[in-house]
Ligand binder design. Structure first.
Ligand code: SF4
Ligand code: ZN
Ligand code: ZN
Length: 295
């Protein structure tokens, strides 16, 4: 197997693009694809202050590294969820990444905010952990994002395809109308972008490996039953038989997306306690805090 560009020994074979590449030309190929996505969807320019949400995993850490190497003004943001072992390893990898690259990273902790790790919070308020975790992360990211022009996340092609498939299976037209690589700034929320939407999980993993970033290999212990993993497995099988399907499925959707009308959203007003945009008078984060206080 030889590199399509220079003819030396190839290290990566990309079936969906029908090419094999050496290390150097894979890195070039990958960088160009992400840069093209940033331009195509008008995500940000070189003068924007970009906050990259990092979990410690390969996608978000790779994205932070890549954007920095392309000359963008980036800061990482990590939330310590307080989950034994998993969160300790994640924080450790994020700190190591900062020491190695010098890229600034802000770390905040759920235990500092709520007094407990996210699994204990979920137990105390009798709610599914992932729904509480999602709400808390959204709140904390949106809050710190006020000081930035844009928030970038490491969602990749496989993530987006799984989300799209789930939304279609359940005909969630409101979600479908909003599923796009760019969510403009609105109602006090900072703009959000996903520069990795057109690169696969496999390509992202190779990039992170080639640039020698040490990332968290284990999954969150609560992710085992996630439906998205089930959908991803289905799509991996389809992709195996018909390379390029994931990319066609997602790109085709972006072109057709307008057929799903977005419903008008309820009006938002600042939370009476913390100022966070909400429909409810007091936002769900402040209500959670109160509940924990009285639990
Ligand atoms: Fe949070 Fe883990 Fe659930 Fe993800 S899988 S939402 S990190 S608890
Ligand atoms: Zn080459
Ligand atoms: Zn609030």
């Amino acid at each position: 197997m030889k590199c399509k560009i220079c003819g030396t020994k190839a290290e990566v074979r990309l079936k969906s693009h029908n090419i094999a590449l050496c290390r150097e030309h894979f890195l070039q190929f990958f960088r160009r694809r992400v840069e093209r996505t940033i331009r195509r969807f008008k995500m940000f320019t070189k003068d924007a202050r970009i906050l990259v949400a990092v979990s410690g995993g390969k996608d978000s850490m790779g994205l932070l590294h890549l954007l920095n190497s392309l000359g963008y003004n980036v800061t990482g943001y990590h939330i310590n969820l307080g989950i034994p072992e998993y969160s300790d390893i994640s924080v450790d990898k994020v700190k190591k990444f900062h020491d190695m690259t010098g890229i600034p990273v802000i770390i905040e902790s759920v235990v500092d905010e709520l007094g407990f790790g996210i699994h204990e919070v979920a137990q105390k308020v009798h709610r599914p952990i992932c729904s509480i975790c999602g709400m808390v992360k959204r709140y904390m990211i949106n809050r710190v994002a006020q000081k930035f022009d844009v928030v970038a996340t490491g969602h990749n092609l496989d993530d987006e395809v799984a989300t799209l498939f789930g939304n279609l299976l359940n005909w969630q037209s409101d979600y479908l109308a909003r599923q796009y690589p760019v969510l403009p700034a609105a109602d006090g929320f900072t703009k959000k972008v996903k520069p990795y939407v057109l690169v696969s999980e496999y390509e992202s993993a190779i990039y992170t490996f080639f640039v020698d970033i040490d990332y968290v290999m284990i999954e969150c212990p609560y992710s085992k039953h996630a439906t998205s993993i089930f959908y991803k497995n289905i799509f991996n099988e389809i992709e195996d038989h018909m390379p390029g399907t994931k990319l066609r499925f997602l790109k085709g959707f972006y072109e057709l997306r307008d057929i799903f009308p977005s419903t008008t959203r309820e009006k938002l007003a600042p939370c009476e306690k913390c100022g966070y945009p909400t429909t409810a008078g007091v936002c769900s984060f402040c209500r959670l805090k109160d509940k924990l206080h009285h639990a």
